[in-house]
Design a protein around this ligand. Structure first.
Ligand SMILES: NC(=O)C1=CN([C@@H]2O[C@H](COP(=O)(O)OP(=O)(O)OC[C@H]3O[C@@H](n4cnc5c(N)ncnc54)[C@H](O)[C@@H]3O)[C@@H](O)[C@H]2O)C=CC1
Ligand SMILES: O=C(O)CCC(=O)C(=O)O
Length: 448
């Protein structure tokens, strides 16, 4: 059988059926490319049309979200939930509130989530959702009314055994609280496990807030260890300054590294003293201001509205903002400046051309579906705690997170080698290991 031709045909079909969904095409192409050696070893998955079934969501929900702003004006947004694959458990994946959200972006994120969730080894399927709502500049009351309107439609598709959303860009503890309140009001059920990322006082898990950023740093640490290196004293650049970025900075500092730059959509900040985490959290989490407010408050820091945060020389780069933020020219600059390792805290932040530059330069590269899997894995730990009406300590939860990240890392390397690649080929290893677990479950469950 000509496996390459089969894969080409699957990809062509995706592009033909869903033209314009460029981010989904990009995510699918990466996975499909990695499938060549896997399908050669498993022709039964070609026969069972596993790839074709994996690339088609089980269900896509699109809905109107009408709400009223503080001036009494009626607003209308579009809501999405893509329930991509439920072979391993309830659909699991975050909600993104950002003006750029469209079906193609939600599908790319949901598709990534299938393989990421499988890699964690936990019982969670893949899904993602969101809305083209822009929370920037909105009052708390507006955000609450929007969340209530969003949940007024979405609730009928959710359930702790059905579909369990969490946060993503623009959705944090505040939004999860409002969404949970509306779910509870409509259903008259205190179903703790229907959403994760809840605040710790009422069903949230310790370490979930920190998990994605911490996990990405653990993954970078594991990659460095394969070359006898560690994070101590290393110069690190983190893009973004949201949930993932802030806790990546925190863990790098805890492990002895120094984050010298971070960013937001308005520009980037360099602080050679090392990013002051207290100030960063105050600017971003409390005051919800632009990152330039940090430089206004600290004389050692400088803010730049032009150029890229990846121009700042570093040994470790952690892209933690958004998709396709790290382009070919950024990768070239990083390599020129001696970068050793790149771990994707965000989903698909590096373009395919950038990944190629890292591969050619033999830079250790951890793809998002492996490197940022700590967030969703800790969400699954939150579901476990909710199901058993238990609450674990921070230490116990973080220990489990660290163990899961070590296991994800090891699995990437052994799977890459098993399919004839170098163990450093984390892209092949992550995609193949995730795929195999899902394909096995789909096969056992029949054509459904
Ligand atoms: N929150 C979580 O647990 C997980 C998040 N992710 C991914 O991590 C990334 C960040 O998510 P969160 O930190 O949760 O969101 P967030 O809303 O807390 O932060 C997003 C950050 O990215 C910045 N940003 C957005 N667009 C940008 C641009 N074009 N250029 C520079 N900065 C930009 C924002 O200013 C903000 O600092 C996303 O790709 C998300 O899908 C992945 C796994 C889990
Ligand atoms: O915690 C979750 O359920 C989802 C996290 C997420 O959206 C992601 O892994 O990209």
């Amino acid at each position: 059988m000509d496996v390459s031709a089969h894969i080409e045909a699957v990809y062509a079909d995706i592009c033909r059926r869903d033209p314009g969904e460029v981010e989904f095409h990009q995510a699918a192409q990466e996975v499909l490319h990695a499938m060549v050696p896997v399908l050669r070893a498993h022709p039964e998955y070609v026969e069972a049309r596993i790839l074709e079934r994996l690339c088609e969501p089980e269900r896509q929900i699109l809905f109107r979200v009408p709400w009223v702003d503080d001036r009494g004006t009626v607003r209308v947004n579009r809501g999405f939930r893509v329930e991509f694959n439920g072979a391993l458990g309830p659909y699991k994946g975050g909600l993104r509130f950002h003006p750029s959200v469209n079906l193609g972006i939600v599908k790319f994120l949901g598709f990534e989530q299938i393989f990421k969730n499988a890699l964690t080894g936990m019982a969670i399927g893949g899904g993602k959702g969101g809305a083209d709502f822009d929370p920037k500049g909105r009052s708390d009351a507006e955000v609450m009314r929007f969340c209530q309107a969003f949940m007024t439609e979405l609730y009928r598709h959710l359930g702790e055994h059905t579909d369990v959303p969490a946060g993503d860009i623009g959705v944090g503890g505040r939004e999860i609280g409002y969404l949970f309140g509306q779910y509870k009001r409509i259903t008259n059920r205190y179903e703790s496990g229907v959403l994760t990322g809840k605040p710790v006082g009422w069903g949230g898990s310790h370490a979930r807030t920190e998990a994605t950023g911490y996990g990405a740093v653990y993954f970078a640490q594991e990659m460095l260890a394969t070359r006898g290196l560690d994070l101590g004293e290393r110069r690190v650049v983190v893009s973004g300054s949201g949930n993932v970025a802030v806790y990546a900075v925190e863990k790098v500092h805890a492990l002895g590294g120094r984050v010298v730059a971070c960013s937001d959509s308005s520009g980037y900040l360099v602080d050679e003293d090392g990013i002051d985490l207290g100030l960063l959290k105050d600017v971003k989490e409390v005051r919800r201001e632009r990152i330039s407010a940090y430089a206004d408050a600290k004389p050692t820091a400088r803010f730049s509205a032009r150029g890229s945060v990846f121009d700042v020389p570093c040994e470790i780069a952690l892209p933690c903002a958004t998709q396709n933020e790290l382009r070919q020219q950024d990768a070239v600059a990083l390599v020129k400046n001696g970068v050793l390792a790149v771990a994707e805290g965000a989903n698909m932040p590096c373009t395919p051309e950038a990944v190629e530059v890292f591969r050619d330069a033999r830079v250790l590269f951890g793809p998002g579906k492996a490197a940022n899997a700590g967030g969703v894995a800790t969400s699954a730990l939150e579901m476990q705690q909710n199901a058993s009406r238990d609450s674990w300590t921070f230490e116990r939860t973080e220990d489990q997170l660290a163990a899961i990240m070590r296991q994800v890392h090891a699995q990437c390397r052994t799977t890459a080698e098993a399919y004839g690649a170098d163990a450093d080929d984390y892209v092949l290893g992550a995609n193949a290991a995730g795929f195999l677990r899902v394909a096995e479950a789909m096969t056992a469950q029949g054509v459904v």
